[in-house]
Design a protein around this ligand. Structure first.
Ligand SMILES: Cc1ncc(C[n+]2csc(CCOP(=O)(O)OP(=O)(O)O)c2C)c(N)n1
Length: 588
């Protein structure tokens, strides 16, 4: 047995966890790790910004269910990665961020790139440690991994001082900490499952709200089975969209659907019994309660969560079950055999009809042939282009809303978008991670033009690493959601800091070596998508859409608009070139 350096030890420890790809940005502090990654044949995807590396690790986990790994250098590298780690933290996504660190030898001597990184990362990770001796690297990697994937998942952080990474240790001292998986996962009690089934059996309008706990416990098959046997519709948040295919009459794309007056009138009212599976009460359920909540005050709420303290955190829960979602669902299935559930067909038909109605809300402006392109048209073209295996990533304030309404998601991990951090800029990194994880599938990122700018240099990563991601820019020449919010609140004359130019993002991407398409009329979208995918290269499809078109979510979209929408066929609208409409108030 010879001597090996800490970097080698780290990579071996990662390999023990099944890691084969890492997302990284270099730094001298990381050299031993990079060398070892190379020696072990890891796919090391080096990005142009550390936030992107962290977002990629997050996105990799979202689309595979397995933790992603980001490796960033000491000081600024770690600081830059914080946004990506925070995004994973807010959404309980398992990932490991490894930071370089200044040498222990120079602690308190003002060395280069020195920060108290553990202190910075602690509030946004489940576990954050400095590794103080190379012998202990495998132990810390195993501990970090265990924290990332057990209970409610989440990001973890290790920083490894450069002298620890370079110090050779005897190979024989390498302990095998790889096998820590507990046997089985905890399920809720049979009694509580029976009580939950009693409540569901009496319901007239039952609904299942599925969250990330369904995906990360691997419960997709069990959920489909239970939903099918009980005929209970499943609504999913962003992390869980597609757990039950939205092509069926039991799979729906957002919790908010059941709160909309249109859906309620079509379906006979709001849900009366809700089974929440691995989802938290919060913004996506309308946390403030009352009329804004998608959980009616008088509904029976059954909540299944792996963390006991989550049960009843904001709202009273009638039946609280602590357990792993998959294990608990297996019990639901077992105990539900032979039971009868109510007749929910009218409820289901109403939800299906309202789902279609929302998709067609903008049918008229969608079909207008002349510029500017309506955003719903762009989203519809993308949705129609994708097949059941395809992955759609949506980034941007209004853009994710437009795409969310049009997308039909058929499997978990096929939809990725914003979560509780509401963090713009995830589109390119998430899309790249998805394409790396699923090279044989179509992956498209649709992004607002504002959001595109945040990680636009990742086209370079895509080109260098030959990752043929297609990125569609919904170019409304501004920070749309902010601009439209300001207009609604203060008037057209008071748009401040929310305008952008008619930027040729496809030319920026072409500068990095990507395939480029510029689209100014609706008929051009489909051929541009065809060419972009056929190119087999990373591609940017820059689509000029209507700067004056606000997006209003279901529910809000049903109410009369606050201001008059521009008449699509008015002469003035047609005469002006799309870019001429950028200045909403040229006099200012
Ligand atoms: C990193 C980050 N910066 C700023 C914001 C605030 N913000 C929310 S929506 C929005 C506008 C997004 O514009 P764009 O990406 O062009 O998408 P659009 O709304 O036009 O679809 C902004 C700036 C945010 N959520 N995240």
């Amino acid at each position: 047995m010879g001597m090996i350096a800490g970097g080698e030890m780290l990579v071996r420890a990662l390999e023990q966890q099944g890691v084969r790809e890492v997302f990284a940005l270099s730094g001298g502090h990381l050299d031993p790790i990079f060398q070892a990654c190379h020696d072990h044949g890891f796919r090391l995807v080096d990005t142009r910004h550390e936030a992107a590396a962290a977002h990629m690790a997050d996105g990799f986990a979202r689309t595979t269910g397995r933790p992603g790994v980001a490796i960033v250098t000491a000081g600024p590298g770690v600081a830059n990665a914080i946004t990506g780690v925070a995004n994973a933290w807010m959404d309980a996504i398992p990932m490991l961020c490894i930071g370089g660190r200044s040498p222990l030898r120079d602690e308190d001597r003002l060395p280069l790139q020195n920060l108290d990184q553990v202190a910075l990362l602690k509030p946004i990770t489940k576990y954050a440690r400095t590794v103080l001796h190379p012998d202990r690297i495998p132990e810390y990697v195993a501990a970090a991994w265990r924290h990332a994937v057990s209970g409610r998942p989440g990001p973890v952080f290790l920083d490894i001082p450069i002298d620890v990474l370079f110090t050779p240790v005897e190979e024989r001292s390498l302990p095998a900490f790889g096998n820590f998986a507990p046997d089985g996962r905890p399920a809720a009690s049979v009694e509580s499952v029976d009580r939950a089934l009693d409540a569901l059996a009496c319901a007239e309008r039952p609904a299942i709200f599925a969250g990330g706990g369904v995906v990360f416990s691997g419960a997709q098959d069990e959920l489909r089975e239970f939903a099918t046997m009980s005929r209970i519709p499943v609504l999913a948040n962003s992390k869980a969209r597609g757990v039950v295919s939205e092509r069926t009459d039991l799979g729906f794309g957002t919790f908010g659907l059941v709160a909309s007056p249109l859906a309620q009138s079509m379906a006979g009212g709001p849900p009366d019994v809700i089974l929440m599976l691995g989802a938290r009460v919060g913004m996506f359920t309308g946390s403030s309660g009352g009329s804004r909540s998608v959980i009616p005050d008088d509904a029976t709420l059954i909540q299944v969560d792996i963390e006991a303290e989550e049960i009843g955190r904001i709202r009273d829960v009638q039946i609280g079950l602590v357990g792993d979602v998959r294990e608990t669902l297996r019990l639901f299935i077992e105990r539900a055999r032979g039971r009868s559930f109510g007749d929910h067909e009218r409820w289901i038909e109403g939800l299906v009809a309202s789902r279609s109605a929302f998709r067609d809300l903008h049918a008229a402006p969608m079909s207008r042939p002349e510029p500017p392109i309506h955003q719903a048209r762009l989203a519809r073209e993308i949705a129609d282009f994708m097949d059941g295996d395809s992955i759609i990533v949506a980034d941007g304030g209004e853009t994710s809303g437009w795409m969310g309404e049009q997308a039909i998601v058929e499997s978990a991990g096929n939809w990725m978008s914003h979560g509780y951090l509401g963090c713009l800029g995830v589109g390119l990194p998430f899309g790249l991670a998805a394409k790396i994880a699923h090279p044989g599938r179509r992956v498209v990122t649709i992004t607002g033009d504002g959001s595109a700018g945040l990680n636009i240099a990742e086209f370079d990563t895509a080109v260098r690493h030959k990752i043929p991601l297609v990125v569609v820019v919904n170019n409304d020449q501004g920070w749309g959601m902010i601009r439209h919010g300001q207009i609604a609140r203060y008037g057209e004359d008071h748009v401040v800091g929310a305008e952008l130019g008619p930027t040729r993002y496809e030319q920026v991407a072409a500068g990095f070596g990507a395939h480029a398409e510029w689209v100014t009329d609706a008929a051009g979208i489909r051929p541009a998508l065809d060419r972009a995918f056929a190119s087999g290269r990373p591609a940017c499809v820059n689509v000029m859409t209507d700067p004056a078109q606000p997006h209003r979510p279901p529910g809000a979209a049903e109410r009369p608009a606050a201001r008059k929408e521009p008449a699509p066929d008015s002469e003035k609208e047609v005469e002006l070139p799309y870019y001429g409409r950028r200045q909403l108030n040229p006099s200012r």
